[in-house]
Design a protein. Structure first.
Length: 638
């Protein structure tokens, strides 16, 4: 990026800041007068046929409910709640659990979850609509909620966008207080608060607000976060690089020298953290070392981070790839095949510790099938070249759909919203990891269970980052798990679906053959996991569990090998590329000889907190997350 373009982005940000949108809920016929109450159930009931949906879905309720923020009466959150069985939401008394699903972003509508992942309706890339038989309402009454204010169908006035995550949490509690006035039984029924990706920021802050209340409006029993951005971007994006390469060595063409190169780069960055069970002391902060051979290095592009939310994943990474070609960076300068040209014991000056962009660029240049297919790299799912799914606004802005769901007419629905934090353009809040041990202490005190789960094929928020985060968190009076997660859990067909481990109210699950959007890629396994480990009490993987099978792992980080076949497109046809058997066999012999790194001693970053079980730099969430996403050209819509 040129400095002149960088300046133009600053100017664009200033101009857009003067024209923040305002929206407000629509008053449909028969809206009750006065405060929320069970009288609103009839008003929110979804009774009209939903356009282009030809199959029945569970009885539901939808609309906008105020968040109770003083001076902002138009600040509302949109909900769509489905009944597990007829009358279960409107029953005056019940002890059955219920659930909430949140997508991330920041700024992503939870209608993405409803229509692409775990709702009853599945919209394919070509617009085809089909029934999803693995919807979460098969397990419990479930709500998909657009939040923070202004996202999706939710509304906000121009001066009412959240200032930070603490305000988001307060808004959410205000919304829940009004929701239970409409459905009174929800106030005492066990709530399971679930979500993915940037919900890894939202949910800890919602729980922070919940734990601070003497009389919270609901009773939260469990929280579950999939592929969550709980830690810093250095931890969840960059630190796991070698683990990702061990899972999918196709990314480097099974090249042992290239593996050793990235292993050295990992060590120079201090990313080779040794996890022990139990963990042997606080894991020091991970610091980012930026590139030195760029006019605008990765983390100096922060002010332009809004671009990361505007473009699609495929087009942006293709743009970066084309830029590398124009700059002559592909050949001969990027000759990693000839490692003799590279100085040993030093960081690559072009990338610094941005190891995720580095191995992506390497794959696009040298590794089949990425180097000949012409497809962009999909960080959300290594095996799938088609990118993260998008949800068109055609159906959701259809007047018939809008009327059926009682949504605002003052705005159009959009999959992603740019102004979550108003004019600031970024989340100024500390990363959740900085208070995760405090969160864990409160969770134990209030008998709230925590479930974290990841997809093995996710390169963006790779599972090793979640494992490091767990081992650096004190819960139940002990830091991290005392035994390494290794127990295989099975799907409903009795086939291995991943690994699971449970200790002291915390559960960790890893999904085989699944990426960032687990319910979209492996819907049956996702529903099984939620039934057994989120809503159920399956003992598999717990300390007192006997039997079971240990997962087969490889490499220095005990990676579960990914699929051998990588999907690509050639001449319009979808194909699968598999390396020769002898190449794979040679790699398997090599990787079995890799050993776990020694305990790493790293300097603590300024602002780190070493005395609370949370030794991570106290940096604003978006400063690392969005800036590194920009470096990759990612569209943050999940």
């Amino acid at each position: 990026m040129s400095l002149s373009r960088f300046s133009l982005l600053l100017l664009a940000s200033s101009v857009l800041g003067d024209t923040l949108p305002s929206s407000f809920p629509h008053v449909y016929p028969q809206q009750p007068a006065g405060d929320y109450s069970p009288a609103w159930q009839k008003y929110f009931k979804v009774t009209a046929p939903l356009p282009n949906i030809s199959f029945p879905i569970s009885s539901g309720y939808a609309g906008n409910i105020a968040v109770q923020r003083e001076g902002h009466p138009n600040n509302t959150l949109f909900f769509w709640g489905l009944e597990h069985k007829p009358g279960s939401l409107t029953a005056s008394k019940s002890t059955d659990p219920w659930g909430i699903w949140l997508n991330g972003g920041p700024g992503s509508s939870s209608m993405v979850g409803f229509f692409l992942e775990n709702g009853p309706v599945r919209i394919a890339a070509d617009g085809t609509i089909s029934e999803n038989k693995h919807s979460l309402d098969k397990l419990a009454d479930y709500f998909w909620i657009d939040q923070p204010v202004g996202v999706g169908y939710s509304t906000a006035d121009a001066a009412g966008y959240i200032a930070d995550e603490d305000q988001m949490g307060a808004d959410f509690m205000g919304f829940l207080a009004n929701l239970v006035k409409v459905f009174p039984s929800l106030a005492t029924r066990p709530l399971h608060l679930t979500g993915e990706s940037y919900a890894g920021v939202y949910i800890p802050y919602i729980m922070k607000a919940y734990f601070s209340m003497a009389k919270p409006p609901v009773k939260i029993a469990k929280v579950a976060i999939g592929d969550g951005s709980i830690a810093s971007a250095e931890v969840f994006e960059l630190l796991p690089t070698l683990s990702v390469l061990e899972t999918y060595p196709q990314l480097i063409g099974y090249d042992q020298d290239v593996y050793n190169y990235f292993k050295e780069q990992e060590h120079l960055c201090g990313f080779d953290i040794n996890l022990t069970y139990p963990q042997n002391g606080i894991i020091p902060s991970v610091q980012f070392i930026d590139a030195t051979d760029r006019s605008v290095p990765f983390l100096q592009q922060q002010t332009a981070k809004n671009l990361a939310k505007r473009g699609g994943l495929m087009s942006e990474i293709n743009r970066r790839h084309a830029a590398l070609q124009r700059e002559g960076r592909q050949t001969p300068q990027m000759e990693k095949r000839d490692l003799s040209l590279r100085a040993k014991g030093t960081l690559d000056p072009w990338y610094g510790c941005a190891l995720l962009p580095e191995f992506i660029d390497y794959s696009l240049n040298y590794s089949a099938p990425w180097n000949f297919s012409g497809e962009a790299f999909n960080v959300y799912d290594i095996t799938d070249p088609f990118g993260s799914p998008g949800l068109s606004g055609t159906l959701l802005n259809d007047p018939r759909m809008r009327a059926a769901l009682h949504v605002p007419t003052s705005k159009d629905w959009a999959q992603s919203f740019d102004f979550v934090f108003g004019e600031s353009w970024e989340d100024p809040s500390p990363i959740p990891m900085t208070f995760l041990s405090e969160f864990a202490t409160n969770a134990t005190k209030h008998n709230v269970s925590v479930i974290l789960f990841s997809g093995n094929d996710d390169a963006l928020i790779a599972h090793r980052g979640t494992e490091v985060t767990i081992q650096n968190t004190t819960f139940g009076g002990i830091q991290g798990f005392t035994q390494k997660p290794s127990t295989v859990w099975l799907d409903d067909d009795g086939k291995p679906a991943g690994i699971v481990h449970q200790e002291r109210g915390w559960t960790y699950g890893l999904f085989n053959n699944s990426g960032h959007l687990i319910p979209a890629k492996t819907p049956a396994a996702a529903l099984t996991f939620f039934r057994e480990f989120v809503f159920g009490s399956n003992p598999t993987g717990s300390l007192d569990f006997t039997g079971g099978t240990a997962a087969a792992v490889v490499g220095a980080y005990d990676a579960i090998p990914g699929a051998e076949g990588i999907v690509y497109v050639e001449d319009g046809a979808t194909k699968t590329f598999v390396y020769p058997a002898e190449t794979i066999a040679a790699w398997n012999t090599f990787i079995r000889g890799q050993t776990r790194p020694q305990v790493t001693s790293l300097p603590t970053a300024v602002g780190a907190k070493d005395d609370t079980g949370a030794a991570w730099a106290v940096a604003p969430v978006a400063n690392a997350w969005l800036a590194l996403a920009l470096a990759l050209g990612l569209s943050l819509v999940l």
